[in-house]
Design a protein around this ligand. Structure first.
Ligand code: EPU
Length: 293
């Protein structure tokens, strides 16, 4: 009998994760499960806990580096209509964790609900975006979140008001929780003006960062208080530095871009190098923003 007894229809083994991440790097997941509803998800997580199987939630894999050896555990994905639902009630919108964030932003504009243009150019699912309080220069998701529906570590499904989520810079208190969805509060406004602002912010990012189509995971490190990780790595002279086929971006030093033939280890080596050089030069200890599995 295997640990996933009864879950065979939704479980696959040795699934390459490179196909599921922006980086397109790294090895396979020992198991990948796609629960069909919240009850089944809760049952899978409960089984993992009881059987001591390590588990992780996977969204779009936009902020994730998977090691070359892969992940020796169960990777869970929330796909399908049930997890991707969007329900509008005036400016209050309930969005499923599996919904694609950039698509949702445009959908909201089409309902003449604005605000999320501030988060233009951030890929991911709502679940991933909320979990890490994703954002940029012009805003963070927490400004819009009223409540988050979660599966908590005890296996209960409940709705947390935003104040109980512990939103802070690129982090929340949701470790060990599964985000099932969020209720966002958006402002009624002009769709075309929001689209123009969206385009402006997108262009600004495009000028300063590698394009979203490049193989990266966005910013590698968090900005230390009052400082820019990109500038610190740049000042350490590392722009354009390569390990194998991975490179510290020449455009923005807090990005590491993978070219054809790169390995996850190439990226990890550059991460270690950047940390080391910045520590030696500036006495600042850089902290990862991305997740590494
Ligand atoms: N800078 C350099 N060299 C570089 C990069 C930056 O000198 O190689 C300087 C810039 O000239 C600027 C300052 O550092 O004066 C800050 O740079 P930037 O405006 O590009 O913003 P950032 O702090 O590096 C943050 C977010 C990005 C987000 C941008 C724009 C973090 C860690 N980074 O970057 O988020 O896209 O603002 O809104 O919070 C991400 O989360 O994945 C991410 C990329």
């Amino acid at each position: 009998m295997s640990w996933f007894d009864g879950f065979e229809p939704i479980c696959r083994s040795d699934v390459p994760l490179r196909a599921h991440t922006w980086y397109q790097l790294g090895g396979p997941a020992r198991w990948m499960l796609t629960p069909r509803d919240e009850g089944e998800l809760a049952a899978v997580v409960d089984r993992c806990r009881k059987e001591g199987v390590a588990w992780r939630m996977l969204g779009r894999g936009a902020n994730l580096l998977v090691r070359d050896g892969g992940f020796d555990g169960a990777v869970l994905r929330l796909t399908g209509e049930i997890f991707e639902k969007i329900a509008y009630d005036g400016g209050s919108v309930a969005v499923g964790a599996g919904a694609d964030f950039p698509k949702f932003v445009r959908d909201a504009f089409n309902h003449s609900l604005v605000g999320l243009e501030a988060l233009a150019g951030i890929p991911g699912t709502i679940g991933g975006i909320v979990r890490m309080n994703a954002g940029g220069k012009y805003g963070e998701i927490r400004q819009f979140v009223r409540a988050v529906r979660v599966l908590n570590p005890k296996g209960e499904i409940l709705t947390l008001p935003a104040e109980q989520v512990g939103f802070r810079y690129r982090h929340t208190d949701l470790d060990g929780f599964v985000v099932l969805g969020a209720v966002l509060e958006l402002e009624p406004g002009d769709r075309d003006a929001a689209l123009r602002r969206h385009r402006e912010i997108w262009n600004e990012k495009y000028d300063q960062q590698p394009p979203v189509s490049a193989r990266s995971a966005g910013c590698i490190f968090k900005n230390p208080p009052g400082q820019s990780a990109g500038r610190l790595i740049d000042e350490a002279g590392l722009k354009g530095f390569r390990m194998g086929a991975a490179e510290i971006s020449r455009k923005h030093a807090n990005f590491i871009v993978a070219d054809a033939g790169a390995t996850a280890q190439n990226v990890l080596d550059l991460i270690a190098l950047a940390k080391d050089r910045v520590w030696n030069r500036s006495g600042v200890s850089l902290e990862l923003e991305i997740e590494v599995w």
